[in-house]
Design a binder for this molecule. Structure first.
Ligand code: SF4
Ligand code: SF4
Length: 264
């Protein structure tokens, strides 16, 4: 039974900057007393790649996924929309995918935030001030988490590999770059609402973005190599990465996707 104190999750950020080789002790498994406690009452930011893998896992469209499982917020410093996982309206604010005995029912496709823990997701917090090659990490310790008492030792690099965050960060790099770029633009320069809607569609609503690209006059307006067109037609992840590049051209007039001369 859960008491009210069970609901209180206190997170402590350990004030130590970690690199890829830094070691730490941690293990999460079904045998820990706190099993699944971390899947309740927390904010889980969803990356664009998370939404693609999760909607595929659930066999639904991105529009259905967003309607059922997403809360939408505006990231203050960047003034851009971001998505978090909508928690259940129960007394523990549970993740919709957690089961007491089994744990995560979408484990192979769980979001990046769940994979990173107990490491802090450094990319968005450091990147505005630092070059991405200077990435650093930090440890987040939740008060109820007993995983730190386990003897298994990892380096940060080993943990990232084991949890599958490398591929996710690679796919999401264009999205991170857009947010970081926007953060560096003076707050007085505002994006038009239409541009923010475009950002939302291209980053989080891949099925709608696909219709926008392939069922409109998109290719009359923008020059795209025919081989690239075939590639993005067949693959959501490639289309997502194309969307990041297109947004870079649209919002920051940088990048390789050019407006056709006839449409200028
Ligand atoms: S609280 Fe920590 S050890 Fe317990 S299930 Fe969650 S991550 Fe694993
Ligand atoms: S997605 Fe899975 S790992 Fe993440 S909070 Fe939900 S149940 Fe836990």
């Amino acid at each position: 039974m859960n008491t009210s104190s069970d609901k209180e999750i206190k997170s402590e950020v350990i004030p130590e900057q970690m690199g890829y080789d830094t070691k730490f002790k941690f293990k999460c498994h079904k045998g820990v007393k706190c099993f699944t406690k971390c899947c309740r009452g927390i904010d889980i930011m969803l990356t664009p790649y998370d939404i693609i893998t999760m909607k595929k896992r659930l066999g639904i469209t991105s529009e259905e996924f967003l309607a059922i499982y997403a809360d939408i917020h505006i990231l203050e410093k960047a003034d851009l929309p971001v998505v978090t996982l909508k928690l259940l309206d129960d007394d523990q604010k549970s993740c919709p995918f957690v089961e007491d005995a089994e744990g995560c029912t979408i484990y192979e496709d769980r979001p990046s935030t769940c994979r990173y823990y107990p490491l802090g997701m450094g990319s968005l917090s450091y990147a505005s001030e630092m070059n991405s090659s200077d990435a650093f990490f930090f440890m987040v310790k939740e008060s109820h988490c007993l995983g730190f008492e386990e003897p298994k030792e990892w380096s940060v690099a080993e943990w990232r590999e084991d949890q599958g965050v490398n591929i996710r960060d690679e796919v999401n790099a264009g999205w991170t770059d857009l947010i970081v770029r926007k953060k560096t633009v003076p707050a007085s320069i505002k994006l038009a609402e239409q541009s923010k809607k475009m950002f939302f569609t291209a980053c989080y609503d891949i099925d709608k973005f696909r219709r926008f690209v392939f069922e409109s006059s998109f290719f009359e307006k923008f020059t795209v190599d025919p081989a690239r067109v075939e590639e993005i037609k067949a693959d959501d992840v490639k289309l997502l990465q194309f969307g990041f590049e297109w947004l870079k051209s649209l919002l920051f007039t940088e990048g390789d996707i050019k407006v056709n001369k006839d449409n200028k």
